[in-house]
Design a binder for this molecule. Sequence first.
Ligand SMILES: NC(=O)c1ccc[n+]([C@@H]2O[C@H](COP(=O)([O-])OP(=O)(O)OC[C@H]3O[C@@H](n4cnc5c(N)ncnc54)[C@H](OP(=O)(O)O)[C@@H]3O)[C@@H](O)[C@H]2O)c1
Length: 296
Amino acid sequence: MRVFVTGATGFIGSAVVRDLLDAGHQVVGLARSDTAAAALTAAGADVHRGALDALDSLRSGAAAADGVIHLAFNFSDYTRAVAADLRTVETIGAALEGSGKPFVITSGTSVLTSLLPLGRLATEEDAGSVAGPRTAVENAAIALAKRGVRSSVVRLPSVYGPGDHGFVPILIDLSRTKGMSAYVGDGYNRWPAVHLLDAARLFRLAVEAAPAGSRLHGVGDEGVPFRDIAGVIGRHLNLPVVSISHEEADSHFDWLGAIASADNPTSSALTQERLGWRPVHHALIPYLEQGHYFNR
Ligand SMILES: NC(=O)c1ccc[n+]([C@@H]2O[C@H](COP(=O)([O-])OP(=O)(O)OC[C@H]3O[C@@H](n4cnc5c(N)ncnc54)[C@H](OP(=O)(O)O)[C@@H]3O)[C@@H](O)[C@H]2O)c1
């Protein structure tokens, strides 16, 4: 299959490209700079020059492919990034309309947090909360199934692995700066997580075989108590592990405050059953214990 990948040079996208190539697919990556183009060529992928705000580049990339995986996201302004994400899904969706081709988009398990407490693990059958900004993007992708697109949504938890510049490194930097590793309240709020290489494999399986209109959960750890994460960080940095109040969470964790306080236990049982996907790499705490994150 010739797969057009947006975000192909990112943390997750690079691993998705590797997995697709290793499985014998051809990859065409969206590149918005010479640096990105060179990285894609070095990885063995073809280059499609363009950007999220160059809609013709998205249309032509999608139309020339057998399937699309959309991972590009500009984190510098979250509200604008979500609006751009919706526009991207609508643009690529329209280019694929009636083709029956697969279109896999990316969301986060955080769309489920304001539905909780459910008293159970959240599942693939739970629609995201209307308050979640990415829920509208998910719904737009799911609706494409009725327009002849084999669309699917991969919801990701915190993704960890080589090259991570996301939640875990940010927590580690914050702990260094503040001189303590904090958790909120009793710290039993749970973070789901997945190893990068397991997440990458799920994107490949989704483009190959996800049913039209399906939500998938790339979840390895269903929910790691936040105090366990804070504990590993404190031990490796030789810092005190401290409980802070809910009122202090935003000032301590800044924009990460709501996420650090959230309870987000999530299952991937239906995804595993439907696609035969199994997370096989180290779980989050044993992975952190290996120490890679703490070598500056
Ligand atoms: N990492 C996690 O733990 C996590 C958790 C849940 C959900 N997710 C979701 O997974 C997706 C990928 O995340 P990531 O961690 O891999 O992000 P990342 O490492 O920051 O990569 C972002 C990718 O998007 C590309 N991009 C950004 N703005 C663009 C634009 N205007 N035009 C074209 N390309 C653009 C970047 O290209 P350049 O190389 O040119 O910068 C890069 O390839 C996102 O939707 C994210 O919200 C991630």
